[in-house]
Write a protein that binds this ligand. Structure first.
Ligand SMILES: NC(=O)c1ccc[n+]([C@@H]2O[C@H](COP(=O)([O-])OP(=O)(O)OC[C@H]3O[C@@H](n4cnc5c(N)ncnc54)[C@H](OP(=O)(O)O)[C@@H]3O)[C@@H](O)[C@H]2O)c1
Length: 249
C-alpha cells in the first residue's frame, strides 16, 4: 500500500533540491502533487522527468496574490488539500554590519511572509486531519557567521509554527517542521559567493556534522513523507532535526 494514496499535496520550492526530491517521493507514494516554484522554465524542465498525477504552478511565495493563485489553482484541479509543504526558502549570507533593509525584506518576505500567507489562504481548503509542514533549519539552534537574517527568519517560522499548532487543533491538523543540517542542494550556488568560498564553507560544515558529511535532498524527503503520512499521526508541533547530529553537539 502506498503511503499517500489519494492525498493532495502542495509543495513550494518544488523545482529544486528538497522540494523536488519530496515531490518525486510523494508522487511515487500515490499523492497528487502541486509543484510550485517562482520560475516557469525551471518548473517546465523538472515536469519532463516526473511521473504521476501532478500540476505545476508558477508562484512567487513573497507575493500575496501568488499564494492565493497557487491555492486557487490547486483546488480547481484537485478540490481539497491534505498536505501543505511550505518549503521554499533562500539563504543569502550577509555579515551583521552589512545587512540592508533590502536584504532583510528579501529574506523575510520569502522565508516568513510566504509560509504565513500561504497557510492563511490554504486553511479553508485543508482537510480536517491534514498536515502542514515547514522546512526550517539547524540555524535556529546553531549560529553560523553571515547567516543572521536567515537564522532570524527561520526562528520566526518556528515560533509561528507553535501558534499555528494551537490554532488548528479543533480541526486536528498537524503542524510539523523539518530542520535540515547542510544538505547538498543548489541553494549554496544561489548565495552569490565565489565557488572557492562555497567549497570552503561546505568543507567546514561537513566537518562539524557528527556524521561527517552533507545530507541529501532524498534524506529530507523521506522525513517529509514520514511526517505527512499516517505513520506520524501522533506527531504534532515538533521540529524534526535531520542534520546528522549537528544541532546536538
Ligand atoms: N540545503 C541546505 O543545506 C538547507 C539547510 C537547512 C534548511 N534548508 C531549507 O530548505 C528549503 C529548501 O531549500 P533547498 O536546500 O532545497 O534549496 P533550493 O534547491 O535552492 O530550493 C529552494 C526552492 O525555493 C524556491 N524559492 C526561493 N524563493 C522563492 C520564491 N520567492 N517563490 C517561490 N519559490 C522560491 C527556489 O526557487 P529557485 O530555484 O527559483 O531559486 C527553489 O525551488 C529552504 O527553506 C531552505 O532554507 C536548506
Amino acid at each position: 500500500m502506498k503511503k499517500l494514496e489519494n492525498k493532495v499535496a502542495v509543495i513550494t520550492g518544488a523545482n529544486s533540491g528538497i522540494g523536488l526530491a519530496t515531490a518525486k517521493l510523494y508522487l511515487e507514494q500515490g499523492a497528487k502533487v502541486v509543484l510550485a516554484g517562482r520560475r516557469l522554465d525551471a518548473l517546465e524542465e523538472v515536469a519532463q522527468d516526473l511521473d504521476g498525477d501532478f500540476i505545476t504552478v508558477r508562484a512567487d511565495v513573497a507575493k500575496a496574490e501568488d499564494n492565493k493563485r497557487l491555492i486557487d489553482e490547486t483546488t480547481k484541479k484537485y478540490g481539497k488539500i491534505d498536505i501543505l509543504f511550505l518549503n521554499a526558502g533562500v539563504a543569502p549570507p550577509t555579515p551583521a554590519d552589512q545587512i540592508t533593509e533590502e536584504h532583510y525584506n528579501y529574506v523575510f518576505d520569502i522565508n516568513v511572509k510566504g509560509p504565513i500567507l500561504a497557510t492563511k489562504v490554504a486553511l479553508p481548503h485543508l482537510n480536517d486531519g491534514g498536515s502542514i509542514l515547514f522546512t526550517n533549519s539547524v540555524v535556529t539552534q546553531r549560529g553560523f557567521e553571515g547567516l543572521g537574517v536567515y537564522s532570524a527568519s527561520k526562528g520566526a517560522l518556528r515560533a509561528y509554527q507553535r501558534v499555528l499548532t494551537a490554532e488548528v487543533k479543533p480541526r486536528k491538523i498537524r503542524v510539523n517542521s523539518i530542520a535540515p543540517g547542510p544538505i547538498a542542494t543548489p541553494i549554496y550556488d544561489k548565495m552569490g559567493l565565489p565557488q572557492e568560498t562555497i567549497d570552503e564553507m561546505g568543507k567546514g560544515f561537513a566537518q562539524q556534522v557528527p556524521l561527517g558529511r552533507f545530507g541529501t535532498p532524498e534524506e529530507i524527503a523521506k522525513s517529509a513523507l514520514f511526517l505527512a503520512s499516517d505513520d506520524a499521526t501522533y506527531i504534532n508541533g515538533v521540529e524534526l532535526e535531520v542534520d546528522g547530529g549537528l544541532s546536538q553537539i
